[in-house]
Structures are given as C-alpha cells and as structure tokens.
Design a protein around this ligand. Structure first.
Ligand SMILES: *Cc1c(COP(=O)(O)O)cnc(C)c1O
Length: 368
C-alpha cells in the first residue's frame, strides 16, 4: 500500500481502483451529489491534542458511537466548493480560502474548534490529486468538494463537544438543476422562516437545512421549484432563495445594476454572491447591497425598473427566476426567460472557473 506524506495529511489510497469503464459509466449524467469519488480525507480533533494528522483513505462509511453528540444536538457544519478542469488538462479550485474562512466562522457560531485554513485547502488538494480522474471535463461540470465537521463526544450532556471529526469527500457534478439553466418558479414562504436575528443564518450548519425542508416541500406542493425566504421579523424583506443568494437586476440611469439583499447576519454570505459583486464593475454593471421587500420586487417589475431576478450559489452558479408565486399573487419575471445579465454573469463566472476568461482577481487555486 503506497503511503506518501504531505505536511498535514498521510495519503493511503485504495489498493484497487474503479475501472475506467465503470468510472465513465458513473460519471455520465452524474446529476448533483449522487456519485462519489474513490477517496475521502478525515482529520480528528480533541481538546487536549488539537488537530491530528489527517488521513486520505478509500471513500466509505464512518463509524460513530450512537451517543455521538452530533446525532442528538446537531453540532454539524459543512462547506461546498468546486474543482474545475482547465484547458491544459490541469485542475483548479475556485476561491477555496474563502470557503475555509467561512467554515471557521460557522465553527465559531456552533462552538466548534477552528480548523487551520492550510489543512482545509491541503485536504482538498490531496483529494483532488488522488481522484483527478473524477473531475469532469465539460464546461459547467465540476468536482464538487464537500467538507464537513461533526461533534463526536459520546456523551449526552448538552455542551460543546471535546472531540470533532473533519471529513472531506468529493462528488462529480453535472448541472445542478436538471434541464440546465431553465428559469425556476419560486414560492414566497410566509409560514416558515429560515433564520432569525441572533440565530445561525450566517453559518453553514446542518440544522438550518433541516428546518428548511418543510418549507421546500410546501413550495413543491404549490407547484414551485424553490422557496424564497423572508426576514423573520417583518416578513417583508427578501433574504434568499433555498440554499442560494438572490439578486435583482434594476435599470438605473441607463445601465443595469445588480442588487442583492445586504448581509444582516441572517443571510448566508455566499462566495458566489461576493464574486458577482466584485465582477460587476468590469462588466459595466452597477452593484448594490440593500433591502428589497416583496412589494418592491413586484412594483419594480411592473414599473419596468427591474428586468431580471436570479439566484446564485456554488452548486448551480446562476439560476434565473422566471415566476414568483405567493399567497398574495403571482407574477412573471423577464417573460419567464433567462435575462442577459444573468446569462452574462453565468458565462463569465464559468469562463473564469474553466480557465477560458482571464482570472484577474486571483480567484483560482492551482491544484494539479
Ligand atoms: C451555501 C449557501 C449559499 C451560497 O453560498 P456559495 O458560497 O455561493 O455557494 C447561499 N445560501 C445558503 C443558505 C447557503 O447554504
């Protein structure tokens, strides 16, 4: 068994690899998050010993004590970012340090330990190098990296765990939403909220998703693809769409302006959101962070001040919103089609990620 040594991670790969034919079969139309590559990285933490050396090993089930605190009290956080194939056959990840930093902000909110950024990035680099064959080549396809941390104390007392497990695995990903960039129909959730002031909205923690599922189910039963979250206090300000941030395109003083709800602590600060704000000016777009109410969304469309709405996130990059439904009425955005600003931003981001558009911001991290 080969064992190579990196600075934080021992590499002990599988003796037997999936055959080329089998891998090709699994990677054909992989969808999102259903196919996994052959390895994973685990790193253990204890209060006394800190972070141990990590281990890259064959992908497989974890063994957990049934008393593990994560199973009862939900101390669990995760991240998501992607590796993209490059024109020269290499592989680069998109802004992995931003994800490492957000992981630590989530950890802090959940009373979990900080993971050194270099361990986070090195774990991903090691896994991608080992499973490079699992990085899809087509534009828009990628290898999705899923880091997570869970509390592993076998104890039922309600308190921060002393022991934790960091896990990183990877999943070849096609287009996130089946059917490509078809605009989605959204349901404005007035019965449920995702995050409240002082809560965990800004953290990527498992519980936020658990609490969102019933609203997502309601959206489906209303004939919608996704739910739009409003602020918990007034139930008027638009915050996010499902697990993605949301943007509106306004026409102001002869140019397009991308407007996204400001970060209030209840929104998840997306890396894609931030990247769009940073890209806007070089694409000739204005960019602004401010509050947008549901009433303003509807009025601005009717008055022609707003021309598009779209959601953004690592998984789907950019997804146009074509239709909005709520208890108080339905409306159509941009004739139900994909608008030029959403299309331009999507092409630019994907172009940077695949090495087809110059990376003037230094966002891409070379892996292999
Ligand atoms: C992950 C996530 C996003 C998008 O963040 P990216 O860094 O762009 O992937 C937006 N909203 C929620 C609730 C999320 O969990």
């Amino acid at each position: 068994m080969a064992l190579s040594v990196l600075s934080h991670i021992d590499v002990r790969p599988a003796d037997h690899r999936v055959s080329e034919v089998e891998r090709q079969a699994r990677m054909t139309n992989p969808g999102f998050g259903k196919v996994f590559s052959e390895h994973m990285v685990t790193v253990r933490y204890s209060e006394e010993g800190g972070w141990e050396r990590g281990l890259l090993q064959p992908y497989g089930p974890l063994m957990l004590d049934p008393a593990s605190s994560v199973l009862h009290y939900g101390q669990a956080i995760f991240e998501g970012f992607k590796a993209y194939s490059q024109p020269d056959g290499g592989v680069k990840t998109f802004r992995p340090l931003a994800n490492a930093q957000r992981f630590n902000r989530s950890a802090e909110r959940l009373a979990m330990p900080q993971l050194p950024e270099e361990i986070f990035v090195e774990a991903a680099d090691a896994l991608i190098r080992e499973d490079k064959a699992w990085v899809p080549k087509a534009i828009g396809e990628s290898l999705y990296l899923r880091p997570l941390m869970i509390a592993t104390d076998a104890a039922l007392g309600v308190k921060p765990s002393h022991e934790y497990l960091f896990v990183l695995f990877a999943s070849p990903a096609g287009a996130y939403f089946a059917g490509g960039v078809k605009p989605v129909t959204v349901w404005i959730s007035e019965d449920y909220v995702r995050a409240a002031p002082g809560g965990t909205g800004f953290a990527k923690c498992a519980g936020n998703y658990a609490a969102s599922l019933v609203a997502q189910r309601q959206a489906k039963s209303e004939g919608c693809d996704q739910v739009v979250w409003l602020d918990a206090v007034h139930r008027t300000n638009v915050e996010e769409m499902g697990g993605m941030n949301i943007f509106f395109v306004y026409q102001e003083a002869g140019r397009s302006v991308v407007v996204t709800p400001e970060l209030t602590g209840t929104l998840l600060p997306g890396v894609t959101r931030r990247s769009i704000l940073e890209l806007a000016s070089e694409l000739g777009l204005g960019a602004e962070e401010r509050k947008i109410t549901v009433a303003e969304w509807n009025a601005a469309l009717r008055e022609g001040r707003m021309t598009e709405a779209f959601a953004c996130g690592t998984a789907a990059v950019i997804t146009p919103i074509g239709r909005v439904k709520s208890r108080h009425g339905d409306w159509i955005v941009n004739g139900g089609g994909t608008g030029p600003v959403a299309a331009k931003l999507r092409d630019t981001l994907l172009g940077i990620q695949h090495g087809l558009v110059p990376d003037t911001h230094g966002w891409m991290h070379e892996v292999c």
